[in-house]
Design a protein. Structure first.
Length: 466
């Protein structure tokens, strides 16, 4: 870890550097320049006050922690995707005259120190919805206040800001359909912002080697882990590459180059190849693609080419993602508890699986004997990705067939998925377990029937089990 190095290197900055005023921008799950509202606000502030500008990203201690069930919090494929995104972002920022530091440190410790070092009156960042992220925001705001610095947050990971919702957060509908109808009727998604044409210069003399090598060191560390774990399997639906450029190219391919968006509703339950769904989720998860930009691209497609149920259905799915964000923000830590969002009355009915660890391990390794489940788990383990259809089936099987605590599955997904988003992941798992919104006693899938319907010829099972 780097944080102890940073503290010992404070004296390397010149008196001139410490005297000049700078703005700090903290990248979180918003690794993009297009439609980054917190970045836009930070640049305006820096320009207005003639301040220098420094952007930062932290590989914080959570990357190397394990969850209560022993899963790695950050799997190697997700780490590689994030690091690829950071490498591209750093180059893009430098081309516009700016500077991005990628630090292996705790942001709550390091940002206040840097704010004092660079005489910063503001740290700008994106606001997020889950408990760890919101706790970070609260702790950081308090720490910065002691340095006469303020934390300015903006909504970047969602389609709407909280102030744009057509209801108070406490009145969030319990059922997605009700939420969708209200926001479709009474809320609008603001137009995305363009990329900045230039960035203000970073503080002078920012050449401390303890900082400049952090991204390379991180890449080397995770490359070693990748050697042990193995490269992503070439049978993957597509080998997602990190970075906004790759995400925008994927959108251009799916919308404008192939018109696949026009058949999305019919193909979205596919299992093989790169054409059955948008597969925007990895870039959405790290913020390399803006959900608002995708939303408006669907509208532009409808205006310029064609509108049908499939073009609308892309927005329908974006609203599902949106709903889980606000559920997570409203319910906080409850989403990660054994009984989730269910009422005290409902908790009298046992919902938690108590099956042996062996059941979970068989599921995780793809060795249950149920070929459809095993094929999906093999794909997850070897690529960091799985179709939405697969995710629903393996979750149902673990919970309702094997009787395992749903949180073990949610935690395993957190470790393995390159498109891990805490709100969507835990929200979906709680939903399948019957402890989320619109809870029902059983959301059990007939996995054999699902295999017959979605893999009638057995091609998917043959691909991953042979």
């Amino acid at each position: 870890m780097m944080s102890h190095q940073a503290s010992s290197n404070q004296s390397t900055f010149s008196k001139e550097e410490m005297a000049e005023s700078s703005i700090l921008f903290w990248f979180r799950h918003d690794l993009r320049l297009r439609d980054n509202r917190s970045l836009s606000a930070a640049l305006k502030h820096a320009k207005k006050h003639n301040q220098r500008f420094l952007m930062l990203y932290f590989c914080d201690p959570l990357w190397r922690q394990t969850d209560p069930f022993g899963h790695e919090r950050m799997g190697v494929y997700r780490a590689q995707f994030i690091l690829e995104s950071l490498q591209e972002l750093k180059l893009e920022i430098e081309e516009l005259g700016g500077e991005l530091l990628v630090l292996d440190a705790d942001p709550i410790v390091e940002l206040p120190r840097l704010a004092q070092t660079f005489n910063s009156d503001y740290v700008f960042a994106s606001r997020h919805v889950c408990t760890e992220e919101t706790r970070q925001e609260q702790d950081l705001a308090q720490a910065l206040d002691s340095k006469n610095c303020k934390l300015a947050l903006a909504w970047n990971h969602t389609l709407y800001g909280q102030q744009n919702l057509p209801f108070a957060l406490g009145d969030l509908p319990d059922i997605y359909t009700q939420f969708r109808k209200q926001v479709e009727r009474s809320a609008s998604v603001v137009a995305p912002l363009d990329k900045p044409s230039r960035l203000q210069e970073a503080p002078q003399a920012l050449n401390d080697s303890a900082y400049s090598c952090q991204l390379q060191d991180l890449q080397a560390e995770w490359d070693e882990k990748l050697k042990e774990y193995g490269q992503r399997d070439q049978r993957a639906t597509m080998l997602h590459k990190g970075g906004a450029k790759a995400g925008e190219e994927r959108l251009a391919f799916y919308f404008w180059d192939t018109a696949l968006i026009e058949s999305y509703k019919e193909t979205r339950n596919g299992l093989i190849g790169d054409r059955y769904s948008t597969q925007f989720s990895p870039w959405l998860a790290v913020g390399a693609l803006s959900p608002r930009w995708i939303w408006h691209e669907t509208l532009r497609y409808e205006d310029e080419v064609k509108a049908n149920s499939s073009t609308y259905w892309v927005r329908f799915e974006l609203l599902w993602r949106e709903y889980f964000q606000w559920v997570a923000y409203l319910y906080g830590a409850a989403l990660f508890k054994p009984y989730g969002l269910t009422s005290e009355l409902q908790r009298k009915t046992p919902k938690l699986g108590r099956a042996s660890v062996k059941h979970f391990q068989r599921w995780a390794r793809g060795e249950t004997g149920n070929e459809f489940i095993d094929a999906n788990m093999k794909e997850l383990n070897l690529t960091g990705f799985m179709s939405n259809r697969g995710r629903q089936n393996v979750a149902s099987y673990l919970i309702h067939d094997l009787g395992v605590d749903w949180r073990m599955g949610a935690g395993y997904f957190e470790s393995k998925l390159i498109d891990y988003d805490p709100a969507a992941n835990w929200g979906n798992w709680a939903y399948i377990a019957g402890v989320g919104n619109d809870p029902r006693p059983q959301r059990k899938f007939n996995t054999y029937g699902q295999a017959e319907r979605y893999d009638a010829r057995g091609e998917y099972r043959a691909l991953w089990l042979n």
